[in-house]
Design a protein around this ligand. Structure first.
Ligand code: S3P
Length: 429
């Protein structure tokens, strides 16, 4: 595992085309596999996480042909999967294990799904509980962590489930199991989480009294599709923040997905005074898109980060906190306990990165706070093998005085294999 050395950039200039959206890539693969007929996927994120989903689906008997540009998925229909000959491996991917669990719960054969040394530490009780309520026969290992073992259920029945934590992964696991259940399954959200599953599967949605109810059932048809995956806003966020905090910078990030359940970080950065212009706004593959032009800006920190936007910005909090280290005023983040259950404990990881930059950080059980007092300096940043911590630290490094190191630079391969090349192509010294 190699460490990377970075120094402060004088300025950042140029254009970036970020890779495909990770959440949409996983779903395009899974939903194509579930459909009766052939689907095509363009713009898939070619990175370790979606490739974990792809190899699990192949193990379930799904034929997927990749010509390097288009993936052609020969869907098996809901009842066409075959028993895998060995345990499915979700690698580092929480989305793979949680969403596929909804599908595995409905199969007439036994299966096991596990993952790498980081994934096996992540909580799965949140999906095991509702799947068991539906009648699924699923067992976790100690503490309900992976591996998860599935045995055929006598039958799955629809449930009405109010999400105890706002989580698109839990919502999706339940709705996918609902496609195999007798009767209707309803998932109720009070705080919205990303809505790619319901959009892409065209599930019925009802908004009432501040709540959203999404329904699925065995009768809901899953159609083969031609998917066009937009650029990932969570990946774009690293270059958007780099453009805002590195002096004299101007960066155009093209083809950025701007689904309302994902664009909260842009709105927050604008409120902080960031010069962010949307150009060429359009809709492709059912998702809003734009090119995002950013320029170096003086940022004013938000004080308390509003609790209701946290699920929307959950993956961008590491890079948003880097932006705030270059801003003026208070950054106070509470209600983000979920951050402790991501690819690593991101509250601890970001508190460490910010401290290494000279920021005095208060760590809370559910977040962290600080007021930047001096110009951040470089340091020895520790990724905890988490792709987003590595990329947030890289942006911190190029904006900070002096030199920095970042350990385990390969971990960006989870979501952004060309990250280091793209970063250096923008540095204009
Ligand atoms: C994802 C949902 C989010 C997010 C993760 C991807 C998805 O997790 O953090 O990176 O694709 O559904 P939760 O749903 O657990 O909040």
């Amino acid at each position: 595992m190699s460490s990377i050395r970075l120094t402060q950039a004088k300025t950042m200039r140029g254009e970036v085309l970020v890779p495909g959206d990770k959440s949409i890539s996983h779903r395009a693969l899974m939903f194509s596999a579930l459909a009766d007929g052939t689907s095509e996927i363009r713009g898939l994120l070619r990175a370790a996480d979606p490739f974990s989903t792809l190899s699990c689906l192949r193990q379930l008997g799904v034929e997927i042909v990749d010509d390097g540009t288009v993936l052609t998925v020969h869907g098996k229909g809901r009842d066409g999967f075959s028993r895998p000959s060995s345990a499915l491996n979700a690698g580092n991917s929480g989305t793979t294990i949680r969403l596929l669990s909804g599908i595995l719960a409905g199969q007439p054969f036994a299966s096991t799904i596990t993952g790498d040394e980081y994934l096996v530490r992540r909580p799965m009780k949140r999906i095991i509980d509702p799947l068991r309520l539906m009648g699924a026969n699923v067992e976790g290992a100690a503490d309900q962590k992976p591996p998860l073992a599935f045995h055929p259920a006598e039958r799955l029945s629809g449930i009405t489930y109010s999400l105890p934590v706002p989580s698109a992964q839990v919502k999706s696991a339940v709705l996918l199991a609902g496609l195999f259940a007798q009767g209707s399954t309803e998932v109720i959200e009070t705080i919205p989480s990303r809505d790619h599953t319901e959009r892409m599967l065209h599930l019925p949605i009802e908004h009432r009294d501040g709540k959203t109810t999404i329904r699925s059932s065995r009768d809901h048809a899953v159609q083969p599709c031609s998917y066009e995956v937009p650029g990932d806003p969570s990946s774009a966020a690293f270059f958007i923040v780099a453009g805002l905090i590195v002096k004299d910078s101007e960066i155009l990030v093209r083809n950025v997905g701007l689904n309302p359940s994902r664009r909260g970080f842009l709105d927050l950065l604008r409120r902080m005074g960031g010069s962010i212009r949307l150009q060429n706004e359009r809709v492709a593959g059912g998702e809003p898109l734009a090119d995002v032009l950013v320029k170096h800006s003086a940022l004013r920190n938000p004080g308390n980060v509003p609790a209701e936007i946290i699920p929307n910005i959950i993956d961008e909090i590491p890079i948003l906190s880097v932006a705030a280290a270059f801003g003026e005023g208070e950054w106070v983040l509470h209600h983000a306990e979920e951050l402790r259950h991501k690819e690593c404990d991101r509250v601890t990881a970001m508190s460490r990165t910010l401290r290494a930059m000279g920021v005095v950080v208060d760590e809370y059980p559910d977040g962290f706070g600080f007021v930047p007092r001096t110009a951040p300096h470089g340091g020895a940043f520790v990724t905890m093998s988490d792709h987003r911590i590595a990329m947030a630290s890289a942006v911190a490094a190029i904006a900070s005085l002096g030199e920095s190191t970042i350990d385990n630079s390969e971990c960006v391969d989870i979501s952004y294999p060309n990250f280091w090349e793209t970063l250096s192509s923008l540095i204009a010294n």
